[in-house]
Design a protein around this ligand. Structure first.
Ligand code: SF4
Length: 369
């Protein structure tokens, strides 16, 4: 699938796209000094932008770069601090991998973000897209970095009804777009991403404002709305989750840190487990706090739904006590903590945990231990 223009047309497209980007691009912090062209800043912004909206990322990026302005500073940070700073961005595995990548850059590359595809993609959390973005935006390599925005622009330009969520389609887009961006120092790569975000939007693209309109097959055929085809989605399983609200005599709430490497690993929340098929509530509650027998109230204090990429959780929060008096759980280092309700924000937690805290907030303050 090729863009249906000849070489002269490619030059005129490049000029039009370049002129549009120069005047219409958003003034995002990673596009301005001192961050523009800084490979570490590009890496941070691109990792944050994976699966998160630009407007959400901007304040996180600014705070992050102020706190850890260099790759060495990030490498020296503690994981708790990194997760804490990431709180609210979701997909926490990205934060851990970015932290790990910073350590590797310091240890293996003398603190310089590498510029080759092979070395970049050997870093934790850096795939084909992020590697192409770093090479294009920091090292001027002009490698098509094909995210969903660029893939949509390309699919419409070539007039193909493809599913742009597929890796095969993105690879084809990268191959096809290479002649358009090569030799242009990387800014056209960024321009295509921006065009997809601002003009060639999923619904109602603003074709009258588009610098690519004369080369766009979908526009010529009046099929912009049909392309790309919707992502084929399977149904994701819904899983019931039991969470426990446990208080000690002074009113503190029991929190548990999830094991590293698992879902939401390293983050704090109420003790919770996925309930197995037909598993009695008290059996699931016992698994929430291993080694103790739990007395759990049947009626839920609150309920929260949370959708991950591969499953949907329906979390039911129940009040619980230890049958034998008190839960003598382990230390904070072992992943357990008694926390005053007003201090819970001092524990790095996920958006899901925030929703759970909100759902039981009032109840937790008024109930006795
Ligand atoms: S002309 Fe319309 S559909 Fe084609 S690339 Fe531009 S905005 Fe997208």
């Amino acid at each position: 699938m090729e863009i249906s223009v000849n070489h002269d047309s490619i030059e005129s497209i490049q000029e039009a796209l370049s002129a549009w980007f120069a005047t219409d691009k958003r003034a995002l912090p990673w596009r301005k000094p001192p961050h523009r062209g800084d490979a570490y800043a590009v890496l941070v912004s691109e990792v944050m932008l994976q699966q998160t909206r630009v407007e959400t990322v901007v304040p996180y990026f600014e705070a992050w770069m102020e706190r850890w302005p260099t790759v060495e500073a990030l490498a020296a940070a503690t994981e708790d601090d990194v997760l804490d700073a990431w709180q609210g961005l979701g997909f926490y595995q990205r934060a851990r991998r970015l932290h790990e990548a910073a350590k590797r850059i310091v240890e293996d590359h003398g603190g310089q973000v590498p510029s080759s595809k092979e070395e970049l993609e050997a870093l934790p959390g850096v795939g084909a897209y992020t590697s192409a973005a770093v090479r294009s935006f920091a090292f001027g390599d002009a490698v098509p970095a094909v995210d969903g925005n660029t893939a949509r622009v390309w699919a419409r330009m070539v007039g193909e009804r493809v599913d742009i969520s597929k890796a095969r389609v993105k690879r084809e887009a990268a191959r096809s777009l290479a002649p358009l961006v090569e030799g242009e120092g990387g800014h056209l790569v960024e321009a295509l991403i921006e065009l997809g975000a601002m003009v060639c939007t999923p619904r109602d693209p603003s074709c009258s404002e588009c610098p690519l309109v004369e080369a766009c097959q979908a526009y010529k055929e009046g099929r912009c709305q049909e392309i790309p085809v919707p992502r084929s989605t399977g149904t994701i399983p819904e899983i019931e989750v039991v969470a426990l609200l446990v208080k000690d005599p002074s009113g503190r709430v029991l929190l548990r840190r999830r094991p590293r490497g698992g879902l939401l690993g390293g983050l704090w929340g109420l003790p919770m487990v996925e309930r197995e098929d037909a598993e009695p509530l008290d059996a699931a509650a016992d698994r929430c706090i291993p080694g103790f027998e739990v007395e759990v109230e049947e009626g839920a204090l609150g309920s929260v739904e949370h959708v991950f990429s591969h499953k949907r959780w329906r979390v039911q929060v129940h009040r619980a006590r230890a049958v034998d008096g008190a839960f003598a759980v382990g230390s904070k280092e072992e992943g357990w903590a008694w926390c005053a309700w007003s201090k819970r924000e001092g524990f790095a937690s996920s958006a899901l945990d925030g929703k759970v805290f909100d759902a039981v907030g009032e109840a937790s303050l008024t109930l006795e231990a």
